[in-house]
Design a protein around this ligand. Structure first.
Ligand code: NOJ
Length: 552
């Protein structure tokens, strides 16, 4: 069996240009990141996913690439990347990079040659002589993007772009393009990465619809996976694929396509549950979660570098989440989402933020954390679109939050300087030494998560308890049994758990805001506002005594 590390990984996602600026030019870089690897290791994460760091005109935060085999010179060079990768390896951290091959920047030499009609590149993109009738449908960024087909004067034809018009879709049906994609994968694997976060997977497959080779478009995922595994057996594909659950089987295959898929629908139910202070939406979703191959995995998350996409909720449900977490128009985006940081949405309520982290870490899958959320960083809504959540990391209360020696206005994106989320109040230096800080709590939570492999491997069983505010889950895997309880509301709840633990010795793994009543034979938990508890259940033995490994 190859190494299934990703089943129990904790992934930390960051943007190199916003993490740490080493040379003082206002832009984060690989030397700065290498210098701050200790923060990620101390938090307890074991994998780093880097947002795109390749040469790019940066019109879509690096998702518009002009060279797949190099580093954006603002961030360093390949030598700096390798130094970083070595630093990560020395600390036992794995590195994943973004594979953005649905499209390239229109500044990419391939596109330039294609529009000139160069025979080698003619068919590398998706061209049509006439503008298709549905060109205004299916835009991904409504309000900012008008169409999916744009006229090119030089080629005198229309090119397809699922995203912005400066991002032309590669023609994946072309074998030469597929060969190049393998070359890109091989290149970064040779530099030591452990896998790829694959951008826009369902849109990559669009080109392969109506196949002429008798294979379904999903078969292409199998082709990439085979190449990847041949080159490096432990490497994985972590897909950005916001798909309905019924399609999961097609994407995972039989352990021969994608390894991990972000569970976007679960994320939306989680926000609905938080907005309602009621675990039912998540409970209902988990009960209907399809079986997936044992070696496949979901990725869970609170926030990422994009908007929270609420597109899969019913209209009234979406309105509830907007009302709770993004009531102002300036907080909403693309008619479907919220462009805010997690802590800001929760009004900086630390107890609630920490409970939500605990809840997310106890959901089935591999957790992914967006840099800065471990501190409860806020957003800068003055920045355009999704840049609001991509402000510089807040290391200290010094100028520009210790991110750079440059002035705040000279930084890559203006840091959050004022208000309760400004770096004077929220920064890593202060939180590291405060045992009650969000950082210290998330650190404990991650440690607990990593000691509970049953969450990564087992099936989440929803336990029936009184009252909808508490979500109770049980995992059973290879003799390990874990029960997690989270009170999503600000009203204390009393939960009688005796029937859930019958015949077992109870060993608390982690708790906050809980009182335990052991009167009589039973066990009653009083979960305070946003209280939570993780309990290990062990077969009862006469001699065993209860020991607490983690308490707050
Ligand atoms: C998905 C990425 O997460 C997003 O940031 C980007 O804008 C689109 N893909 C287009 O590349």
């Amino acid at each position: 069996m190859y190494n299934l590390w990703y089943k129990n990984a904790v992934i930390y996602c960051l943007d190199v240009d916003a993490f740490m600026d080493f040379d003082g030019d206002g832009v984060g870089d690989f030397l700065g990141l290498t210098d701050r690897l200790d923060h990620i290791e101390a938090l307890g994460c074991d994998t780093i996913w880097l947002l795109p760091f390749y040469p790019s005109p940066n019109k879509d935060n690096g998702y518009d690439i002009t060279d797949y085999y190099a580093v954006d010179p603002r961030l360093g060079n390949l030598g700096h990347f390798v130094e970083f990768a070595q630093g990560a390896k020395d600390r036992g951290l794995k590195v994943m990079v973004d594979l953005v091959v649905n499209h390239t920047s229109i500044d990419h030499p391939w596109f330039q040659r294609s529009r000139e009609g160069d025979p080698k590149y003619r068919d590398w993109y998706v061209w049509k002589d006439e503008k298709p009738a549905d060109a205004e449908k299916g835009v991904i960024f409504p309000g900012v993007q008008e169409s999916t087909w744009t006229y090119d004067r030089k080629r005198q034809a229309y090119y397809f772009h699922r995203f912005y018009k400066h991002q032309a879709d590669l023609n994946i049906a072309n074998p030469a393009v597929r060969e190049e994609i393998e070359r890109i994968i091989g290149f970064w694997l040779a530099l030591g990465v452990s896998g790829f976060r694959v951008d826009a997977v369902p849109f990559m497959l669009e080109d392969l619809e109506g196949p002429d080779d008798g294979e379904s478009p999903y078969g292409y995922l199998g082709q990439i996976r085979r190449f990847l595994s041949w080159r490096r057996a432990e490497a994985i594909l972590l897909a950005e694929a916001n798909i309905p659950m019924e399609e999961a089987g097609d994407y995972f295959g039989n352990d021969d396509r994608l390894n991990v898929i972000f569970n976007f629908p679960l994320n939306q139910q989680l926000f609905l549950a938080l907005a309602r202070r009621d675990g039912t939406p998540v409970a209902r979703f988990l009960k209907a979660l399809p079986e997936i191959p044992e070696t496949a995995q979901w990725a869970t998350f609170l926030r990422n570098h994009d908007e929270i996409d609420l597109g899969r909720l019913e209209e009234e449900e979406r309105a509830e989440v907007f009302a709770a977490f993004g009531p102002e128009k300036s907080m909403q985006i693309y008619d479907r989402g919220i462009r805010r940081r997690f802590a800001a949405m929760l009004g900086g309520d630390e107890r609630r933020i920490q409970m939500a982290f605990s809840l997310m870490l106890s959901l089935p899958g591999t957790p992914v954390i967006w840099y800065g959320d471990e501190l409860g960083m806020g957003d800068n809504l003055d920045l355009p679109e999704r840049n609001a959540v991509r402000t510089p990391m807040q290391w200290s209360n010094k100028r520009s939050g210790g991110f750079s020696t440059a002035k705040p206005e000279d930084c890559v994106r203006t840091p959050v300087t004022d208000g309760p989320f400004g770096y004077a109040h929220i920064n890593a230096d202060a939180q590291r030494i405060d045992p009650n800080s969000t950082f210290s709590t998330v650190q404990r939570l991650i440690r607990a998560r990593r000691s509970c492999p049953e969450i990564g491997w087992g099936k989440a069983e929803v336990l029936e308890i009184d009252g909808p505010s508490v979500l109770a889950l049980r995992y059973v895997w290879r003799g390990n049994r874990l029960v997690t309880l989270h009170n999503l509301s600000d009203v204390p709840q009393t939960v009688e758990i005796t029937p859930l633990i019958e015949g077992c010795e109870v060993r608390p793994v982690l708790r906050a805001g809980i009182d335990i009543d052991r009167t009589g034979d039973g066990l009653t938990l009083k979960l305070g506002a946003y209280g939570y508890e993780w309990l290990r259940l062990e077969a009862e033995t006469e001699t065993e005594t209860e020991t607490e490994t983690e308490t707050e």
